[in-house]
Every structure is written in structure tokens, then in C-alpha cells.
Design a protein around this ligand. Structure first.
Ligand SMILES: [Zn+2]
Length: 201
């Protein structure tokens, strides 16, 4: 497949998984952002800022170099405020093909109170292995970018990171897998919470 066709395909896929993330309840409002690397390159597509993930059309996504230069921006929108840390993932993890950053309620609630998400199911233990927490800061801030870089270095094998009082960051070889990891992380947090509420007499 030519690179041009590959970009068109990935624009559609980014739209599809953004909508699935919204419809699955992994984000609300205009929160969250997804990106995907064009395989074998130092370029990536990323969702724009200010648009609900449930409303992402293929053509509104921006094509960027991982150094932050915008290459294609057909609808003239601004890139996500959290673009910098997505690009940091692609710089620090050459194997990363997609990044899903969402704010699901149970996992985010756990990010306020624990250092690591409890791995309460066999699926979590097998697939996620560990979901450690990193520090976080305001969206778009330099501090947030630095905290994510530090977290990626501190936990080189973690596929998902909890971002304190913020949400989660899932890193995978492709968009589908980053979506599955995000979904499994939220489900794990929900089960951990429910289990913590069950009282046995
Ligand atoms: Zn965020």
C-alpha cells in the first residue's frame, strides 16, 4: 500500500476508535485524545483539540512529524493540547504505533488514591501486568509533558500508565490494541472498586 493510501486508511481508523472510546464511556465532553504513527515513519496522525472524540471525522485529524511540525491539516484545526506527550511516546518508544489518552471514571478515581492500579483479574495480570501511576499536571502544560517523559523512562515496560487526577495513557503497536488496553484498564478499575465494596459476613 502506498503511504498516501496508508494515511487515508489510518485517518478512518483514528476516527473509528475515537468514536468507540467516546461511545464506550472512556471520555466525556471534549476530553481525551488519540494518535497513530504512520508505520515505519517519524510521522503520526493526532486528533484535534476542542472536538469531542464522538465527533471525530477522518479528515479533521492532523498529520504531524514527531518533532511537532504540522504536515497536513485539511480542516485548519489546532492539534490536541496534549500533542506534546503523544509525540514524546513516539520519540522514547520506537516500537509504539498508537497512543490512547482517555479519562475513564473508575481508573481516574483510582489515580487519585493509589500508586498502582490493583491487578484484580487474571486478564489484568496477564495483559496489563502493571499500571503504575505517574504525576500529572494541567493539560497542555510543560510540566505534564515532563512528567510523562519521566514516567515512560521510569516504567519502560508498562503498556498503560495512570496519570494522577487526570486519566490514563495506553501505548500499543496499533490503535485497536491501545483501545483494548484502555477498555481493559477501566474494566479492571471498576471490578477492583466493586470488589472493595463487597462485604462478606
Ligand atoms: Zn487529558
Amino acid at each position: 500500500m502506498s503511504q498516501e493510501l496508508e494515511i487515508i486508511r489510518l485517518r478512518k481508523e483514528l476516527s473509528e476508535f475515537s468514536r468507540r472510546a467516546f461511545n464506550r464511556g472512556l471520555v466525556s465532553g471534549t476530553g481525551g485524545n488519540l494518535s497513530v504513527r504512520i508505520p515505519g515513519t517519524d510521522t503520526a496522525l493526532i486528533t484535534p483539540t476542542g472536538v469531542c472524540l464522538g465527533d471525530i471525522d477522518p479528515e479533521i485529524n492532523l498529520l504531524m512529524k514527531i518533532d511537532g511540525t504540522i504536515i497536513e491539516n485539511p480542516c485548519g484545526l489546532k492539534p490536541s493540547k496534549e500533542t506534546a506527550f503523544h509525540l514524546a511516546v513516539y520519540q522514547l518508544r520506537p516500537e509504539a504505533g498508537a497512543v490512547s489518552h482517555v479519562h475513564p471514571p473508575y481508573a481516574t478515581a483510582y489515580s487519585n488514591v493509589v500508586e498502582r492500579l490493583p491487578m484484580v483479574t487474571v486478564s489484568a495480570q496477564t495483559v496489563l501486568k502493571e499500571v503504575p501511576r505517574i504525576e500529572s499536571a494541567m493539560s497542555g502544560s510543560t510540566e505534564l509533558y515532563e512528567y510523562v517523559k519521566a514516567g515512560l523512562r521510569k516504567y519502560p515496560s508498562a503498556k498503560v500508565l495512570l496519570m494522577e487526577e487526570h486519566g490514563i495513557l495506553a501505548i500499543a503497536q496499533d490503535l485497536k490494541t491501545s483501545f483494548y488496553l484502555s477498555d481493559l484498564t477501566e474494566d479492571t478499575a471498576k471490578i477492583a472498586f466493586i470488589a472493595s465494596q463487597i462485604k462478606v459476613n
